[in-house]
Design a protein around this ligand. Structure first.
Ligand code: CAA
Length: 690
């Protein structure tokens, strides 16, 4: 195996080169060799300056996250960083790719920094529920000022080399090849006898009194529930108020608090799950994929445009097929609006991914004949969609992939209605949370090649694709909402339930969320499944009563709430009347329900359905479910998703609480699913299964 770190000398300059693919993380082996070689170079009289440079696609992308939570092995990252800071000879960091976290902290301890123009730098620790724990919170405000440091550290925002140069974070932009440019920089610096600069010796000052308090207030809403952003501010406060060494100690204390917190564990879980989710069991990485160029989306409504945009983001040439002249006109107008918004966004964000390929709208059904991928995205019901897919199937070319987006249809039935069951797949986009998750639903006969192609397409569109055997998110949401409706008939109000889930960390509780996405979908699903519902769910007709009044949620101006012209939610006494009357009709005496009961029943209903989804093989792993809920339904990332959260609570205590609720009259549906029971009995969790 190639050595992780090597040293070569070029005249009186030493180049220390790291080679730890894929991202040159500061693993124990790297830290050990790096510090040994640096100590040697610092005591070698023939060496005047040292360049730290990395092989491969990037400069150091941070500490090795895989080592977090394990016993730390010396030297740790702060020790290596302080070794560099204290060096009597200048050290130059040569940056390319992404210099992140501990990597950027190491660079800040160097005495000069040069970077290729394409380099991006930043402190993404906050997204892992952490803060830069190797001097980053102490050095950055000293170097670039408190305002810029707050922006970069608290938001985890990456900036370009040009922006870093403007801020004074780097000293020069270098040309390719970087290694040679950095060497030349070091030689010139020695020749010119430039001063030996230590960022730790600078002073960090507030731009204005009360700056930190004002900043804290400005992020209070968007960082609600998170620990790390506020700890970051406190660490920066230490840079302003304390001498450097004491500031470092304060930073360490805050860092350790975060590292040990359930929040950071959950966010680290989410980081790895996001990468693991595309490695699907039974679908090897080398599964062949098809090269697709064109997609026709049958439909031009909201769903059609959203899915069309996803494929356009994957660089396919996308045409929306309208059914009538009016649909065509509306579709063209809507595309014009979204393309203008897209342009504006790309103009504002220098880091934006490549722009979306332009989309067209047409009435020409002949386009179906040549398309590589055809998406049925009409707004009709399952039968209408199945019929439409049958018509499409009759005209498309051999090898074309058919995608259904119906939220209701059984994918195996859909596939069976076509002549190409191995080329049929379902796709569901979710608009909640980061709106990045896509459920790719494979049918029994879907060819691995087709599944792999869809996964690859979604990934290149910047989405987080999850491969499943049936809808997961919507199925679990139905159970979650059902529990919330049971709470309404027992005595709670929509705003009370929503408040509890909001305080737990969701962007919106189940009723506000249902109103946002439209009650008609959930109502339709209820009608389709009515015969299979248990007696209590059949008798809980609240959703029917609300929808029968034409209250379909935000878009119709009313649902579980009323909405003003600006879309603000307002308590609606008419809804309360419906609830009270309904409880009376059902012979239920309304009671005060505690926040804890609301929270546990809603979440445990979710977890229980997740367990069934796993047991039935609809989702292969708990992480698939967690990704869907974090990125599609705004489950708080700092709780890691419903399945991870249940593990953090301890599945045995979740099971016991469920048994308690199940023993109450009308609570049988909260009987733990067999998988929950089995795992809890073995003192295991969804993730810790042995
Ligand atoms: N430690 C360990 N592994 C890491 C890693 C890290 N810091 N960063 C990335 N990886 C791994 C990923 O898990 C992935 O592994 P698999 O292929 O086995 O899944 C692999 O490297 C490639 O990563 P990506 O798929 O994410 O590749 P990318 O090219 O899309 O993105 C990246 C590269 C921008 C560096 C991205 O991986 C990233 O943002 N990494 C995290 C960076 C980070 O958070 N650094 C701060 C760490 S905390 C810290 O440094 C604390 C401190 O103050 C001491």
């Amino acid at each position: 195996m190639a050595p992780l770190v090597t040293l070569s000398t070029h005249g009186n300059v030493a180049i220390v080169a790291l080679n730890n693919p894929p991202v040159n993380a500061l693993s124990h082996g790297v830290r050990k060799s790096l510090s040994e070689l640096l100590v040697g170079a610092f005591s070698d009289a023939s060496i005047g300056a040292v360049v730290i440079w990395c092989e491969g696609r990037t400069f150091i992308a941070g500490a090795d996250i895989r080592e977090f939570g394990k016993t730390p092995l010396a030297p740790d990252v702060p020790e290596v960083v302080e070794l560099i800071d204290a060096a009597k000879k200048p050290v130059i960091a040569a940056l390319h790719g992404t210099a992140l976290g501990g990597g950027l902290e190491l660079a800040l301890a160097c005495h000069y920094r040069v970077a290729l123009p394409s380099t991006r730098v930043g402190f993404p620790e906050v997204t892992l529920g952490l803060l830069p724990g190797a001097g980053g919170t102490q050095r950055l405000p000293r170097l670039v000022g408190v305002g810029a440091a707050l922006d970069l550290i608290v938001n985890g925002r990456l900036i370009s080399a040009a922006q870093a140069l403007t801020l004074g974070l780097i000293d020069a932009i270098a040309e390719e090849p970087l290694r040679e440019s950095a060497l030349a920089f070091a030689e010139t610096m020695l020749l010119e006898g430039r001063p030996h600069r230590r960022v730790s010796e600078l002073v960090a000052k507030l731009d204005a009194p009360g700056q930190l308090e004002a900043y804290r207030a400005s992020i209070a809403q968007r960082s609600r529930g998170f620990l790390a952003p506020f700890h970051c501010i406190e660490a920066i406060r230490a840079a302003v108020e304390l001498p450097f060494k004491e500031g470092l100690a304060r930073e360490r204390t805050l860092f350790v608090e975060l590292m040990d917190s359930p929040q950071s564990k959950a966010q680290r879980h989410a980081f790895f799950a996001e990468r693991e989710v595309t490695r699907v069991p039974g679908l090897p990485d080398d599964t062949a994929t098809r090269t697709l160029r064109s997609a026709v989306v049958v439909g031009s409504g909201t769903r059609a445009r959203a899915i069309g945009a996803c494929f356009a983001d994957a660089s396919l040439s996308v045409t929306l097929l309208a059914g009538t002249r009016e649909e065509l006109d509306n579709g063209v107008a809507a595309l014009r609006v979204s393309s203008a918004a897209d342009e504006a966004r790309a103009g504002l964000d220098a880091n934006a991914k490549g722009r979306r390929a332009p989309m067209a709208c047409s009435l020409d059904t002949g386009l179906l004949n040549d398309a590589d991928l055809i998406v049925e995205a009409g707004e009709g019901d399952a039968t209408a969609q199945r019929q439409s897919l049958g018509r499409i199937d009759a005209v498309v070319k051999p090898g074309a992939i058919l995608v259904t987006t119906s939220p209701y249809a059984d994918i195996d039935n859909v596939a069976a209605c076509t002549k190409r069951s191995e080329e049929v797949v379902g796709v569901q986009l979710h608009q909640g949370g980061t709106a990045r998750v896509v459920e790719n639903i494979r049918a029994r006969d879907t060819a691995p090649e087709v599944s792999a192609t869809l996964m690859k397409l979604a990934k290149s569109a910047g989405k987080i694709p999850v491969l499943v055997r049936g809808p997961v998110g919507s199925r679990m949401f139905t159970e979650y909402l059902r529990e919330a409706l049971f709470l309404l008939e027992e005595g709670a109000l929509p705003e009370q339930v929503d408040r509890v889930l909001y305080d737990f960390g969701f962007q919106a509780g189940p009723f506000a969320e249902s109103d946002r996405s439209g009650l008609d979908i959930e109502w339709h699903r209820r009608k389709v499944r009515f015969d299979s519902l248990d007696p209590r769910a059949r008798a809980c007709t609240l959703l029917d009563q609300i929808c029968e009044q034409g209250r379909f949620g935000l878009a119709s101006g009313a649902g579980f709430y009323r909405y003003d012209a600006d879309g603000n939610r307002i308590h609606d006494p008419a809804v309360e009347d419906i609830l009270v009357l309904h409880s009376k009709d059902r012979g239920i005496v309304r009671r005060a329900i505690s926040g804890q009961e609301i929270l546990e029943r809603c979440l445990f209903a979710l977890v229980n359905e997740g367990a069934r989804v796993l047991e039935e093989g609809i989702a292969a792993r708990p992480l698939d479910i967690d990704m869907i809920w974090i990125h599609g339904y705004a489950f708080p990332v700092y709780r890691g998703g419903p399945m991870f959260y249940a593990d953090q609570l301890g599945l045995a205590s979740v099971r016991n609480a469920m048994l308690g609720y199940a023993a109450e009259p009308g609570g049988e549906h909260l009987t733990p699913a067999p998988l929950v029971e089995r795992l809890a009995r073995g003192l295991m969790g969804f993730y810790a299964t042995s």
